[in-house]
Structure formats: structure tokens, C-alpha cells
Write a protein of this length. Structure first.
Lengths: 178, 178, 178, 178
């Protein structure tokens, strides 16, 4: 399996809404990292698709996305259960879905499994997804066991950038030591 | 591997008897979660089979089950070693066995391995099973290495429910944050 | 993979010598568990083979073994590098080697890999083997990654015994809660 | 998979430069272990290849290597992205690349994946590589999931040495208990 190329990736932002992020420092840290990765995605023209669960109740996506990014309401926990969202993912033409958002063990997990079944390579950025308390680690285990590749924002960023002379692409400041 | 569908599941309640649950808060927490999952199973018409080890010594199953649920004495640590219990499991017509109860590294583990050998997909709800002290984590490792899929009650519940409009099915209050 | 049957097992006691066990409580606990498992093996007529590294320097095996058990000096870290020890293992006619002793990441690890290469199913009893400090956990990881099945004394004991009516076979007291 | 033979190994020293090692005790410990393993490699005539990232900024390799060891500037995070470095690795004629250096989740990880893709067996010495804070453990997980074999200096050293009568080859003192 070669290194992950940004040219094959799309970013999937799952339910990054206030209703799923408490004041828990772990939640806010994950959200900051997801926002940082989304910013890098914009720099590299990595397309994005965002989902929202009951936006009238849970609020709007709290991450800045490129203009024109589809933001779709998701009545199923897993995005692949909603045909227009799966179609929006397919419309990007990319083969590797990078997941950020919430919650690790419910909507992120179910979306990851559904995307695997739909034929995508699926990568979850473990420090840019969130579920309260013990449920985050449990969700990571569920995803890894299901065949989802885990990564973290720093490793993925350097994998996307690939060469020393392109380091300036990384957004600064970053929410971790570059 | 697709998401777990409640229509294919049966709940296997293994030795959820007072003799295997001390006053250890971890034990009582696991029992509460097993009871919660059993309640959801009843809501979704997921059939159940319960086993008991020496009920005259260890007491009766401490979880409410649907009327008519088979409750069978298990003279072997693994349920598949007792033909009438394996038959009761087969009689449900379901292909995925979800295990809760005690002890993680003995009767649950041996039952899981036996059900895998009998051709079932086997899922252990890691926060609804119990063994004292270090033996719980050891038992989980043994099961995962043997090919048992691990899950936790919250993830499985949302996987069974699948859509936002059916959230009201989840029993409330729950022994964890829904 | 079915449950482990004692009829197919042999116990391999690796360098359970004073020179490899300090006064570290973790070492003494592992030695006590190895001794307990060896006692159960004797009850069940599970044959054993023991190795010793430089017994004139490291002392004699500190675990009671059945009369007639081969105790062989091992000039290689891995037992399979010494033909007469590998032959003694083969002479038991058993297909599953259960390893206890020291050190987890050196002689136990190398012996496990060698026995796998020689065609045995290899099980390491993780709480009956020892290496100082961090090296124990590292060694367990090395073995699991190499294809060695890990178990612990309690789980293996119940797997060997298999039925409730044979529980009296378990030696008492045990160095953990039965 | 047999034990690792030193006759098939080469040591790959990745960016072991002051710019990647802070005063963090974990960094200095990893560097000491890498230096120890490099010393053993010299004793066993295990060839080495070293890479450096921006040496004018990050300084020179801080580990003693055998005279004649290629030390090559690496403009890509993964060494396989730089053809002359990959060629230097191939020129050793060895099939197993043992990695030490920094950083675990960036240059070591990307180099490991690239070497796997190039057909090498890849082993990372987990206690002789470094990345700050949480990034070390994350990087180890990334590598293991990618198919890299993890080991630690002590286990690998005894695997290379193989017999008790060659123990004197191990450099003393060692930065851990031999």
C-alpha cells in the first residue's frame, strides 16, 4: 500500500456541529485539528463533502470549508445510508475518503463502514474526530477492526506534502508541533 | 462487512447470575449495560437465549428477558459444548450472536469460540461482559485474537437503530450518555 | 480454530531459573503462575519439556515438574536452535506448545518463533512469563505479531478443564481468583 | 517467518540530527539506543545507510557509523522518494531494513512504507526512534498497521547474536539491562 496521495483524497466532514461538541477540551482540540486539516485540504485542492444531523437542532458545521462544498443533511447515522450524500462523495471522483468530525463511535464509524462497503479506501484522522469519554477510544477500535485505516493530522499532512521544499504549505500556527 | 442489522441478531446472555457479579462497581456497570441492551433487544424483537451455570448455587439470571426466552443450564463453560443450548441458538434462525454476561475470559470466551466454530458471526459487547480485575481485559484480547468482533452497547444500539427518526426506540435513561 | 484441548498440549518451561528472576514482585508472580500451570499440567498428564541456560551460573529450574521430564541445557536463546531440545519437544507427540518461563522478549520469544517455524501451534501464557520492566510488554507484542497465540493461566486452565463437574482438578489455592 | 538474521540486515539511520532531538529525555534515550544498535551493527558487519534532512539547518547525524557509510541528504520525507538513497539501500544487497532515527510518524514512517513498497522486509526499532509526545505512539501504530514489523533494541540484539557463547559481542554498557 503506497503513501496516501492528496490527489486521490477527499475530506468528509461528519456532523462537526455544536450539538456534538461540548466544552470538553478533548472535543475542542479535535475540532481545532479538523479545522486545520480542512484548511490544508483547501490549499491542496482536496475536495470536501460535509454532513449535518438535524441542523435545526444541532447547529451548523463549525469548520470553514471551501466555497461550493456540498453540505448535506444526513437522516441516517451512516452517510452511505443517504443516497444523495453517497453520490456527492462519488462526484468528487476521489478514491480515498478522509474522515473528520463526530461522533467517533456512531456517525463516523457507521459512515466509515458504509464507505468501505461502497468501495472507497477509508482513513479516519483519529485526533480530528470526537466522541465523549471512553466512547472515542472504543470507536477507534471498532473502525480499525472493521478495516478503516487510522492516521493523525500531523502524519497525514506530511504525507500529503511529501517534500521538504513544500513545507510552507502547512497552515501556521498548527494545533500541534509541526 | 456491512453494518450489523438487528434483523440478523440474537442476544446470548451468558451466566448473568449473582454468583458471578460481586459488589465490584465494574461488575454492576457491566450488568446494567447488559440489561439495557436486553431491553433494546426486546423493543426490536431481537430473540434471546440465556444460559446459567449451577443456578442452585449461583442464582438466577439478573436481567429481564422477553417472556418465552429459553433459559438453559450450562454444564460446560462454553455453551456450544451443550447440544441443547447450541440448538436453542440455532432455533432462533439468526446468524449473528451478540454476547453479554460473565465471565469474559471463561464462559463468554469459550462460548464465543464455540459459536464461531459453529458458523455464527460472533460479537461481544465489551462493556456488557465482566470478569474480575485484569481478567476482563485479558479475556477481551483472547476473543479479539480468536476472531470475535468486539463492540460496545452504545455503538451497537445506534447500529441497530440506524436512522435519526428512530432514536426514540433507545431505552431511557441509559447507563451512559446517548 | 477450536478451543485448546489439553490432550494436544505440551508445556515448555523456558529458563525458569533464579538467574532470570529477581526479587521483582512481577517476576515472582509470573513464576508462581507458571508453577501453578505446571501443577495442573501434571494432573492432566500434559507432558513437559524444560530448558536451562548455563545452569552452573543461573541455577536450576524453580518449578516442580513431573518425574521423568526432560530438562535440557540450551546454548541457543531459541530452543529450536538446539536439535536435541526440538527433538524432545517432538517426542511428546503433541501439536500445541504452551510456553512459560523467561525472558519474554529473548528466550521465550525466540523459542516461540522457532516452534512456529517447526510447525507447532504455539501459545504463550502471558502471566506466566517474565522479562524485566518494559521488556515484558514489548516481548508480548513481538510474539503476538509473529503469530503466537497469547493466553493467560486462568483462561487456559478452564479451557483445559472444559466442564463444571471437573472444576476440582484446578489446584488450590491458585495465585489468582478462580 | 524465521528469526531475523544479521546477515540479511542493513541499518537505516534516518535524520538522527540535533534538529530533531530536543532535550526531551525520551529523545535522548532513543538516540542512545540507536547509537548502541549502530555499534552492534558495526561489530556484526551489518551495513548502514544514513539520511539527513537539511543538514545545514538540522546538523549532522549524531550517531557513530562505520567508515564509508553513505550519508545522504534527503529532500523527501520518505527516503524512497529520493532515488539515490533507495539505490544506496539496494547496493547493500540486504533484504531486511532496520530503521532507527526520527521522526517516528513522519520521516521514519514514510521511509518504512516506501521500503515496503520497494520489496524490503522492514523492521522499526521502536525504542530507537523518536517523535515528540503523543506522536511517537501514533507513528508506531501507523507503521504496524502498514505492515512494518516492530521490534526493540534488546530483542533484536539477542536475535542477531543468537547463541549464548557470542554474548560478549553485545556492547557494554548498554542503555538498558542486558
Amino acid at each position: 500500500m503506497p503513501l496516501t496521495a492528496h490527489e486521490d483524497c477527499l475530506l468528509v466532514v461528519i456532523d462537526a456541529q455544536p450539538g456534538f461538541y461540548s466544552d470538553d477540551p478533548a472535543a475542542l482540540e479535535a475540532l481545532a485539528r479538523a479545522a486545520w486539516l480542512a484548511q490544508l485540504a483547501r490549499e491542496l485542492q482536496v475536495p470536501a463533502v460535509a454532513t449535518e444531523e438535524e441542523p435545526e437542532r444541532n447547529g451548523a458545521t463549525g469548520i470553514e470549508l471551501a466555497p461550493g462544498t456540498p453540505v448535506l443533511t444526513k437522516p441516517t447515522f451512516g452517510l452511505a445510508g443517504t443516497p444523495e450524500i453517497l453520490q456527492a462523495v462519488r462526484d468528487t471522483g476521489r478514491g480515498t475518503a478522509v474522515l473528520v468530525g463526530a461522533e467517533t463511535d456512531v456517525c463516523v464509524y457507521q459512515s466509515a463502514v458504509g464507505l468501505l462497503d461502497a468501495g472507497f479506501r477509508v482513513i479516519a484522522a483519529e485526533d480530528a474526530i470526537f466522541s465523549p469519554g471512553e466512547m472515542h477510544a472504543r470507536g477507534l477500535d471498532r473502525m480499525r477492526d472493521a478495516g478503516v485505516a487510522l492516521t493523525h493530522c500531523k502524519a497525514l499532512a506530511y504525507e500529503w506534502v511529501r517534500t521538504v521544499d513544500r513545507l510552507a504549505i502547512l497552515p501556521r500556527p498548527a494545533p500541534f508541533r509541526l
